[in-house]
Design a protein around this ligand. Structure first.
Ligand code: C5P
Length: 236
């Protein structure tokens, strides 16, 4: 079960990140380096983490012209991440070119191709924001289902989405498509800025392949105890 847990290392410094890795390493399967840590310390951190034997999900959510995201993907492969992602809103060609570039570079280096995920709709976004601010007239579930299908057609391995949309994603993409769910909030943790949340158990029962958990563990006064509690909830 611990292999399913990915901890979001949303901190500012290498020291804080490595401290969390040391505390949580025995209870989780992988660590996520996102924009906060990456912008503070740079790509060297990813390599260092990989060198310690950690699995790293590089969550930079690429969204740019296809050539730029494809070249960035080649760099990601060189860093040794086991998973990375793009925004599905970048379109099919952007996603497909990125997937092809990553596979080619991994073959050249003789390493496994990292899993490539598409971000459908951010878990912090509400249905009202999607409609009112982004002008998307279809329902949030339809939007997620349709973007997930675009990811599948572009050759991606899966999507990042809220646990609540898993049924729509399974309906459009089937069971052999990875679903990674942030917005995980155990009953004992604060919601923070997340909108479409689920408890770890709910996410698992709905069929999530991986759970991304940040502040419920990293902002806890007792991260190790929080991780043990999370794990026992999943196993219970
Ligand atoms: O602290 P919390 O558990 O809310 O952290 C969730 C993590 O997942 C953050 O690093 C956030 O950037 C990321 N994420 C998300 N929603 C997405 C994609 C990634 O919350 N759709």
């Amino acid at each position: 079960m611990r292999e399913k847990i990915i901890v979001a290392l949303d901190v500012d410094t290498e020291q804080e990140a490595f401290a969390l890795v040391a505390i949580l390493g025995d209870y989780v399967g992988a660590f996520k380096v996102g924009l906060q840590l990456y912008s503070n310390v740079g790509s060297g951190m990813v390599k260092k983490l990989v060198d310690t034997g950690a699995k790293v999900f590089l969550d930079l959510k690429f969204h740019d012209i296809p050539n730029t995201t494809a070249r960035a993907a080649e760099a990601v492969v060189g860093l040794g991440a086991f998973m990375f992602n793009v925004h599905a809103a970048g379109g099919k060609k952007m996603m497909a070119d990125t997937a092809v570039a990553a596979k080619k570079r991994a073959e050249e280096l003789g390493i496994a191709t990292p899993l490539l995920l598409g971000v459908t709709v951010l878990t912090s976004m509400s249905a009202e924001e999607l409609r009112g601010e982004l002008g998307v007239s279809r329902s949030l579930e339809e939007q997620v289902g349709s973007l997930a299908r675009l990811c599948l057609d572009a050759g991606l391995d899966g999507v990042v989405a809220s646990a609540r949309e898993i049924p729509w994603i399974r309906a459009t993409c089937g069971n052999n498509f990875l679903i990674v769910t942030p917005g995980i909030r155990p009953a004992w943790a604060a919601g923070n800025d997340q909108s479409r949340i689920a408890t770890p158990k709910e996410a698992l029962q709905l069929g999530a392949d991986y759970l991304v958990v940040g502040r419920p563990l990293t902002a806890s006064a007792h991260p190790k105890e929080a991780a043990k509690r999370l794990l026992s909830e999943l196993e219970g």
